[in-house]
Design a protein around this ligand. Structure first.
Ligand SMILES: [Zn+2]
Ligand SMILES: [Zn+2]
Ligand SMILES: [Zn+2]
Length: 265
């Protein structure tokens, strides 16, 4: 069964172009240098052949991303961590509640759920709102490391990643792994990255960063994991697409917004 990933946004937290920057990348006319905040959409058919659509993270650019891809349903949202660039589009999920006429299941580790519930209290404690208001209807489900969970008949494997000192999750779905926002991969995660068709991995910029992988660090991981294809994401304005991509190994690419990839399975 083919699993498809669409990279909705491939930029770092500030997006590219950044507010107030006139560097060559922020002013580039190459559409691949325009990078929304980072998130992904996973699609596959369930056991009855019905197409399922899942979001990994809800970025501040979610509305535009959903319109761009004409998305009509969301069967679940799976969060990597609670940084602003990954969660601040949560409010736009309410449109899918309205279109589908049902709540949306949200999956994250318990501390991320707690953070979401505190940050978006008006959504999760909507009975406390002074006026009745049009808020998202979300059902939170805690997930844990070493505990694959099933969505629409397909297993999702949480992948522990280190984002600086913050433990976060990447996810493996079939032959595809999505590993945004990481600076390190702990020992227990390496075996889970074997035999991948597609590895999407943090490749922020050329120089070292305390909480993200540089391009060289990402290439080292790719060298060890040996996926059939690898794509760098969470890209800052230091990287001009047309400059870097020709210098990458043959099976390694820079991701860009809207790119859709399929597992070979
Ligand atoms: Zn991020
Ligand atoms: Zn710039
Ligand atoms: Zn982050």
């Amino acid at each position: 069964m083919a699993i498809e990933i669409t990279l909705l946004g491939t930029g770092t937290s500030a997006g590219v172009p950044m507010i107030g920057c006139d560097c060559p990348v922020c002013t580039s006319s190459d559409p691949r240098d325009r990078r929304d905040r980072p998130g992904a959409m996973i699609r596959y058919a369930d056991s009855r052949g019905e197409q399922r659509t899942y979001l990994i993270d809800t970025t501040p650019d979610l509305r535009r991303q959903m319109i761009r891809h004409a998305v009509m349903r969301i069967d679940g949202v799976i969060y990597t961590h609670n940084h602003a660039d990954h969660i601040f589009g949560i409010d736009d999920l309410r449109r899918f509640n309205a279109v589908m006429g049902r709540p949306i299941d949200v999956y994250a580790e318990p501390r991320v759920i707690e953070y979401l519930q505190a940050t978006f209290r008006y959504i999760f404690d909507s009975a406390d709102n002074i006026n009745p208001s049009f808020v998202a209807n979300l059902i939170a489900h805690p997930i844990g490391e070493g505990e694959p969970f099933e969505l629409g008949g397909t297993a999702w494997q949480p992948l522990r990643l280190m984002h600086g000192r913050l433990p976060i999750f990447g996810y493996r779905i079939g032959g595809i792994a999505y590993c945004t926002d990481c600076s390190g991969i702990p020992p227990q995660t390496w075996p889970l990255l074997e035999n991948l068709d597609v590895l999407v991995i943090d490749g922020l910029r050329y120089t070292h960063h305390p909480t993200h992988m540089s391009v060289d660090q990402a290439l080292e991981v790719i060298e060890q994991v040996r996926p059939r294809r690898a794509y760098l994401t969470h890209i800052a304005h230091d990287i001009k697409h047309a400059d870097l991509e020709p210098k990458l190994p043959e099976h390694v690419f820079l991701a860009y917004d809207g790119l859709t990839l399929q597992s070979d399975e």
